[in-house]
Write a protein that binds this ligand. Sequence first.
Ligand code: PBG
Ligand code: ZN
Length: 323
Amino acid sequence: MGFPETRMRRLRSTPSLRRMLAAPAVPPARLIYPVFLIDGAKRREPIASLAGQARVSIDMLEQELLPAAEAGVGGVLFFGVPEDKDPGGTGACRDDGLVQQALRVTAKAYPDLVRFTDVCLCEYTDHGHCGILKGRELDNDLSIEALGRMAVSHAGAGAHVVAPSAMMDGQVRAIRGALDAAEFKNTLILSYSTKFASALYGPFREAANSAPAFGDRRGYQAPYDDVNQALRESLLDEEEGADMLMVKPAMFYLDIIQRLRERTLLPIAAYHVSGEYAMLHAAAEKGYGDLSGLIREAAVALRRAGADFILAYWAPEWRKHLG
Ligand code: PBG
Ligand code: ZN
């Protein structure tokens, strides 16, 4: 039956009806807040390209996380950005490293936050690539061993979830093996399983000081024009033992989230990355859109596509955006 018997606008005709029929709002517990850690003391350096975000030294962390904890955010994801770097990224495994210290501070101050760590070498290598080089090529199999050691170090410092983002083949299996061998059988792995070689990571690379010194990441990150490779990446990580999968970036990849949703029963995370955050802010700043409206629409779209939880820089302000 069509018009005039059918009138879609009846369903939307009052605020009460719209409220009654609305999908449940995205709860803050489904949001994970990414945080950048730097050396030194009493440092809080705003990140120019990420409005409102800052890199903080460990002594400032408790204060920095307060809004997220008060907002009921589900968890935090730590990135260490140390000054000391070397070709092997050996700083990643130090027990007194930034991420390891941050895990201890957070466990004490906010035990209810789920503690995630980014497991990748690019913030620790002097060349800025995500693994260990042999000549100018990344050595996959050496790199996954190093990632395994890094994951064990994070687990030892209290990470609930280690999140490998290097896009090396076999990294999930190597990390699971290393964790189990070290008796960290309950540490979860959230694989950045389908991570695209994207132009949306610019502000992050400024924040994390992790742009590659030469070349780019297209030799390891997934090409955004090949759906089959994108799906295989995630499905292989499921077979390797990932507990949770991720699609990254988020807004340009709703189709990938949806297709993955149809093929896996694992939880799926969507990473609303730095460039997406920056785009929405820039648009709002220019007066081209309302920031809260833009962020709400993005969050609902990601849930609708099938994401179970969202990593986002706006996580602590979510309630404010909900209005
Ligand atoms: C590092 C890493 C990146 C991001 C998360 N982990 C950047 C990259 O691959 O260069 C991007 C996060 C963001 O842009 O918000 N492997
Ligand atoms: Zn990396």
